[in-house]
Write a protein that binds this ligand. Sequence first.
Ligand SMILES: *[C@@H]1O[C@H](CO)[C@@H](O)[C@H](O)[C@H]1NC(C)=O
Ligand SMILES: *[C@@H]1O[C@H](CO)[C@@H](O)[C@H](O)[C@H]1NC(C)=O
Length: 224
Amino acid sequence: MPHHLLGIIDPEVDFSVHNFVHHALLAADAIVQKNQLPIIAGGSNSFIQALLNNDTELPSKYECCFLWMDLAIPFLHSYMSRRVAQMVDNGLMEEAKIFFDPEIRDYDNGIKHSIGVPEMDEFFRSEGLVDGETRTKLLKAAIDEIKMNTCKLACRQVLKILRMREEFGWQIHRLNATEVFLQHGGDANEAWEKLVLEPSMNIVARFICKENIDLKPTAYEQLV
Ligand SMILES: *[C@@H]1O[C@H](CO)[C@@H](O)[C@H](O)[C@H]1NC(C)=O
Ligand SMILES: *[C@@H]1O[C@H](CO)[C@@H](O)[C@H](O)[C@H]1NC(C)=O
C-alpha cells in the first residue's frame, strides 16, 4: 500500500497544521481519483482534528470512519517505557545529536520540538565537561524525562479522542488492544487478529457498503 506525505519536509522547517491540511487534502483527492480509499493513520490528533474541521473541504466531500486502537492506561505506560528504551537502542541519541547546537537553546520549531530532542540538551551540553558518572546520570535523567513526556502525551491524546467523540459526535470505534500486549508470540498474533484486525476490517467493510448504498442505488440492489 503506498504511503503518502513521508519524507516530504525538511526537518529544520516548521510544518504547520495548515501545511498538513493542505498536503493531506491533495493526497486524499489524488487517492480518490484513483478509485482507492484514503486511510489517514496515526500522527497528531490536533492535525486530524484540523483536517476534519468544518472549515476544510474534507468533511463536505468525504464521509469518515474512525478507528481508535486503545490500550488500558497502565499497559500504555509500560508499553511506552519499553518503546522509548527500544528507540534509544535503535539510535535515538545519535539522531537527536544531529539537531543539537550548543549555541542555541531554541526547541520551538521543526523537529527540535519533538519529544526526544529537547530532553537530551543537558546531556549533550555536558560532553567533555563532567565525569563519566555524571554523564551516566544525565543520560538516565534524559531518558526518564522522554518516557514521562511520552506517557503524558499519550494520556493527552486519549483525552483528546474522548473529547472529539463527545464534542463532534464522531462515531469513533474503539478497539481494545490491551490483550495483545499481555500475550507473547503466536498468542499475541492471534489476539491481534481477533481483537484488532478482524473487527477493524468488519467496521471498514460495513462503512464502505453503507457509502455505496448512499451513493449508488444499483450497488445497493446488487448487495440485497
Ligand atoms: C461541523 O458542523 C456540524 C454541523 O454544524 C457540527 O455538528 C460539528 O460539530 C462540526 N464539526 C467540527 C469538527 O467542527
Ligand atoms: C480492555 O481489555 C483489557 C484486557 O482484556 C480489560 O482488562 C479492560 O477492562 C478492557 N477495557 C475496556 C474499556 O473494555
